[in-house]
Design a protein around this ligand. Structure first.
Ligand SMILES: CC(C)(COP(=O)(O)OP(=O)(O)OC[C@H]1O[C@@H](n2cnc3c(N)ncnc32)[C@H](O)[C@@H]1OP(=O)(O)O)[C@@H](O)C(=O)NCCC(=O)NCCS
Length: 229
């Protein structure tokens, strides 16, 4: 009986020690989460219950193995983390300091993505590639950037420092620093604090599929005129 109690105490001690070490190493990220999420009530809550933090911890370990060319172990850790948190970060992705993923479910970060310091992502964000190309194919995100829920940032593009990407935006081109981007495809609505005058009339937005159909229709009509049926 005593031996079982000792084993139990040992395991308990080990778990507590593990969380203390994590709290020390990741204190900056935990403080960031407390600052950026008004719903965060305490340091302990973020440490134990925030999946964004847990995904980042797993990524730091996976990235270490990735850099040692132990790709299988790296991928294994990232996949286990994905199952536990709903956040998929490729072990090759480079992530800066004070990174925070709020809510997190459905976030995907590609292998060659580079993320600067003080970046905040919400649920459903994709930092992905646009095709089957090899090499650097994922975005480079600067410092101090917020990427809204469901936004997709695709391809080897650069998002300048101090920018906001709106919820559900699809960004496929470089974004200059200090910009706000919204819509599909993403358009700059604010730069260096000044509002940029673009039409955000989503009702009358051009439908690219309709445009193609109309183009084809015109070509068919042209062909029919040249060679009547
Ligand atoms: C993009 C964002 C940062 C803009 O913030 P802002 O600086 O207050 O922007 P503005 O209010 O100047 O908006 C500029 C224009 O874009 C529109 N807009 C704002 N966000 C938009 C979005 N996500 N998609 C489409 N249009 C958007 C506004 O209606 C406004 O249009 P108007 O000029 O015709 O009135 C913000 O709206 C956003 O999407 N944040 C992400 C928040 C998020 O994901 N939260 C998840 C919590 S769980």
């Amino acid at each position: 009986m005593i031996i079982w109690l000792k084993i139990l105490l040992f395991i308990l001690g080990f778990i507590i020690l593990k969380w203390i070490i994590i709290a020390i190493i990741f204190r900056e990220e935990i403080r960031t989460a407390q600052k950026k999420d008004p719903a965060a009530k305490s340091f302990l809550e973020v440490l134990l219950l925030y999946e964004g933090l847990h995904a980042l911890i797993a990524h730091r370990i996976a990235h270490f193995f990735y850099k040692c060319h132990l790709f299988f172990i790296a991928r294994l850790i990232s996949q286990i983390a994905r199952h536990m948190t709903g956040i998929e970060i490729h072990p090759g992705a480079q992530i800066g300091r004070r990174f925070f993923i709020d809510h997190g479910m459905g976030v995907v970060i590609g292998e060659t993505a580079i993320i600067g310091d003080d970046v905040l992502l919400y649920q459903g964000v994709t930092l992905g590639g646009t095709g089957l190309e090899k090499g650097k194919r994922h975005p480079t995100i600067g410092n101090n950037i917020v990427i809204g829920a469901g936004a997709k940032v695709l391809g080897n593009i650069t998002i300048g420092d101090n920018s906001y990407i709106g919820a559900n935006a699809v960004v496929i081109k470089d974004v200059p620093p200090n910009s706000t981007i919204v819509g599909v495809p993403g358009r700059i609505t604010r730069q260096d604090g000044r509002k940029i005058d673009v039409s955000l009339d989503h009702i009358h937005i051009l439908d690219p599929i309709m445009q193609k159909i109309e183009e084809l229709q015109k070509r068919i009509e042209g062909l029919e005129k040249r060679r009547p049926l």
